[in-house]
Design a protein around this ligand. Sequence first.
Ligand SMILES: *Cc1c(COP(=O)(O)O)cnc(C)c1O
Length: 219
Amino acid sequence: MEKSATPLEHIRESIARACRIARRKTEDVTLIAISKTKPVEAIMPLLEQGQIHFGENRVQEAQDKWPTLREQFPELRLHCVGQLQSNKAEDAVQLFDCIHSLDRPSLLKALAKAFDKTGRRIPCFVQVNIGTEDQKGGCAIADLPALLEQARDADVPLAGLMCVPPADIEPAPFFALLDKLARDHGLDGRSMGMSGDFETAIQLGATHVRVGTALFGER
Ligand SMILES: *Cc1c(COP(=O)(O)O)cnc(C)c1O
């Protein structure tokens, strides 16, 4: 009898299939396992299966969970995918290897200062409020050119653009818009797609997909 696939194997296979359909290379899509609210015991099996990229949305929670895991798995890479307060920027720069939620000038300044102070310059995705939702994090589309220019002036390494489309409606047009904005601004990275829509996101150019529930179960 065949051994049943783990959730991670299942997601990897889905990513590979989506890449084949899109005629893209599997290695051009990075799977980030979003482990927010999940304990170390739930994360460990993924690390043991070779998963390298993980995402958290709270600095404090990440500080509690990851330093010991890093000692055991020095190759792992930690991504910050949550709204970040400027006063947590230095802690975030110390802890994370990549930020996906740069969305305003005040945070940009705080990150640039933290880079200078710590000597660590980690890549940042600029989060775009792609559905123009009042309550959502992310930079307004109209403010994006200015924020990108400020980031370049401040020597902040830009990884690309990130979005979380509005819930409960077809996400494809929003992924297509993020892809276009990234292209217009000469940026390579597109952090888009979650458990419910990462295959669509890959069709539309995602380079980083952020998958939580489909790997860890409901939160
Ligand atoms: C929680 C979260 C995810 C993962 O969502 P799932 O639907 O559980 O896959 C992805 N991106 C961000 C920014 C998140 O906060």
